[in-house]
Design a protein around this ligand. Structure first.
Ligand SMILES: Cc1ncc(COP(=O)(O)O)c(C=O)c1O
Length: 366
């Protein structure tokens, strides 16, 4: 029996378009003037144009990175270090570790940082933006429970106060568009189906310092030899998303609703807001352990997740679930099922049977 992949939010399966784009990858160094180098430069230029087109951006606004974490760090360190030391960087407690880790480091370096609380669905409150706010970092959607963040409102309010806005779009652009107007937007390739790479959008006119110093690559924002393969993979994945997200989202909405009602029937407390990414079914069981459920489901043929991929594999409860006010027991018993572009209705029907059998018999926590 073929396995059922319900961990799209942990890392989307590599798209056929990405595999095809990498088939004839040129081998040269894009900075070399010979024919091999020029072929690599042309491929990199193509990747940048495709990405810019998919995002409705200009080509100079795109910087390729190795990962979403790098893009987030480049956005936050790169912009904040250019600001007056008196400006506050604001983010929220349910943001990804990449954001929280970066702002805590900035705080340790002496910058003013505010990590605002979230509500019981992990939703950020734009009221946290205040006159001293100089930089705001908000996720497009929460990566553990799928809650959509009030990005439009945050951008407008922050701009009224003259603050820059970074949108962490590592979770979500596969399913929903990104509101216009952000100054910096970070992306993770493996969340989009490219299996590698990332990118940072930097709005024309916004200046950032690089994290790496050296050559003038990537408009001086990221020194070092360019990874043409990752750029091409990223570009083809983001292009597929831009083209197909609406149609895919409507299928996902129905499939995830089936999974959510089953999880609730089986005793799970659904987590996240009603306004969520369409492919999300997440819940918490106060009497089960996340690792036990994942292992049992894995053996039965379902790839699932217990919150973020970074947090699973450790016994630590998810900071997202705790920030939403869940009890420690509930946070340790979380389960996240996320459908993907290739998930079929037949797989959802099979997943229903497997989940019912595994979550009925799986041992309750001692
Ligand atoms: C919201 C969010 N931000 C940042 C990241 C980091 O991206 P990457 O895994 O590509 O480093 C992730 C990945 O889990 C994420 O979901």
């Amino acid at each position: 029996m073929t396995r059922i992949f319900l961990d799209d939010a942990g890392g989307a399966p590599i798209l056929a378009e990405v595999t095809a784009a990498l088939r004839d990858l040129p081998e040269g160094n894009p900075s070399s003037p010979h024919a091999e180098g020029r072929a690599a430069r042309a491929a990199l230029d193509r990747a940048r144009d495709l990405t810019a087109q998919a995002l409705g951006a200009g080509r100079t606004e795109i910087t390729f990175t190795a990962s979403g974490t790098e893009a987030v760090n480049l956005a936050l360190f790169g912009s904040h270090r250019r600001m007056p030391a008196t400006g506050t960087i604001l983010t929220w407690a349910a943001e990804h570790q990449a954001v929280l880790g970066a702002v805590r480091r900035l705080q340790a370096e002496g910058h003013r940082v505010q990590i605002a609380p979230v509500d019981d669905a992990a939703r950020a409150d734009p009221d946290a933006i205040s006159p001293g706010t100089a930089l705001v970092s908000i996720g497009l959607a929460n990566n553990e429970v799928g809650t959509l963040q009030p990005v439009r409102e945050v951008i407008d309010r922050a701009h009224e106060r003259g603050a820059l806005v970074h949108v962490d779009a590592c979770a979500g652009p596969r399913w929903i568009p990104i509101p216009d107007g952000a100054d910096l937007v970070s992306f993770s390739g493996h969340k989009l189906g490219s299996g590698r790479g990332g990118a940072l959008y930097v709005k024309d006119g916004v200046r950032i310092y690089p994290l790496l110093y050296g050559g003038p690559q990537e408009w001086g924002r990221r020194a070092g030899h360019e990874d043409v393969g990752s750029a091409l993979a990223f570009a083809s994945a983001i292009s597929v998303c831009a083209r197909e997200r609406e149609a895919r989202a409507s299928v996902a909405r129905t499939q995830a609703a089936v999974l959510r009602s089953l999880l609730a029937e089986l005793g799970g407390e659904l987590t996240g807001a009603v306004e969520r990414l369409p492919n999300f079914a997440s819940c918490a069981f106060a009497d089960r352990k996340g690792e036990d459920m994942l292992l049992a489901l894995d053996i039965a043929g379902i790839a699932a997740s217990s919150g973020s991929a970074c947090a699973s594999g450790s016994l630590d409860p998810s900071h997202v679930l705790l920030s939403m006010g869940l009890s420690l027991d509930a946070a340790l018993g979380s389960l996240r099922l996320t459908t993907g572009y290739a998930t079929t209705d037949e797989e959802i029907a099979r997943a229903r049977d497997i989940l019912s059998s595994v979550l009925t018999r799986s041992p309750a926590r001692a």
